[in-house]
Write a protein that binds this ligand. Structure first.
Ligand SMILES: [Zn+2]
Ligand SMILES: [Zn+2]
Length: 135
């Protein structure tokens, strides 16, 4: 499998969080098969791949072709559909291409989400518990 970013560079297998991913030794991009992002990214309650596909219809076509499907151009999708982290997604095989450093950015987004959620949920529950039952 060749790197979609570099000419004629073969991807090599690298273990990340116990999962074998395809890594480019030249640009450090990684290709993930369907379901692998969920496994190597920090843990979160939601499905990080599914939640990134909400705007798929309006996503723009990437310059990169899928390393598996070869002639199939990938599309640009935002991680979790709103973040600034842009991933390349293959609509044919559901593979994801991440450029160098993007996994770290994704993990930072997940940490932010995980961190934000609890205080918000907590204050919401406190707020609800204080509501008078007028009805
Ligand atoms: Zn490369
Ligand atoms: Zn593909």
């Amino acid at each position: 499998m060749k790197c979609p970013n570099c000419c004629n560079v073969e991807l090599t297998v690298k273990e990340v969080e116990g999962i074998n991913v395809q890594l480019c030794p030249s640009c450090s991009g990684i290709f993930l098969h369907k379901g692998e992002l969920q496994k190597i990214a920090h843990h979160t309650a939601g499905d990080v791949e599914y939640s990134s596909l909400a705007n798929l219809e309006t996503s723009t076509i990437s310059e990169l072709s899928c390393p598996i499907c070869e002639t199939e151009k990938m599309v640009n999708i935002n991680f979790a559909s709103y973040s600034d982290v842009i991933m390349q997604y293959c609509r044919k095989c559901s593979g994801i291409w991440l450029e160098k450093g993007e996994l770290a950015q994704i993990n930072a987004e997940i940490d932010k989400l995980n961190h934000d959620e609890e205080p918000w949920e907590h204050s919401f529950k406190v707020f609800v518990s204080k509501l008078p039952f007028m009805w």
